[in-house]
Design a protein around this ligand. Structure first.
Ligand code: AMP
Ligand code: ZN
Length: 117
């Protein structure tokens, strides 16, 4: 059984505030925002790490990133945004389904990184 929270969100089994969806990804609001605007762009395919990606996954992720470029203004990120992908234990990745953090909507400082230390 797949108990991945992001797979459940993609399947509609867990509610989310969804801002965008296409055949490759969804964009939702992060449940614990670290800045005025904090979104998660989540590829629909489940994998955790870059090192697990197939060539097709890499091509699809590239398309998702390019699409984020088109969507940024409509997401309120017209003045820029921070783009973060946590990978593994040292980055304190907590959801093991690769996802891209989009953080902005304000002038960002070191406080708007994801982890507090
Ligand atoms: P990471 O630490 O990079 O794995 O990021 C996981 C992110 O997912 C965190 O910023 C969480 O706040 C966020 N998150 C976890 N569960 C949910 C959920 N059900 N809906 C929206 N965001 C979530
Ligand atoms: Zn998943």
């Amino acid at each position: 059984m797949n108990d991945c929270v992001f797979c459940k969100i993609i399947d509609g089994d867990i509610p989310s505030e969804k801002l965008y969806e296409d055949e490759l990804m969804i964009i939702i609001k992060d449940i614990a925002p670290k800045a005025e605007k904090h979104y998660l762009a989540i590829p629909k395919k489940h994998y955790k790490l870059f090192s697990e990606m197939t060539e097709q996954d890499a091509a699809d992720l590239g398309k998702c990133i390019r699409k984020i470029g088109d969507l940024a203004d409509s997401l309120g990120l017209e003045n820029g945004f921070r783009f973060i992908i946590n990978q593994g234990d040292d980055a304190e990745q907590t959801v093991f389904h690769l996802h891209m953090h989009l953080i902005g909507g304000q002038k960002l400082t070191t406080r708007n990184y994801l982890k507090d230390h």
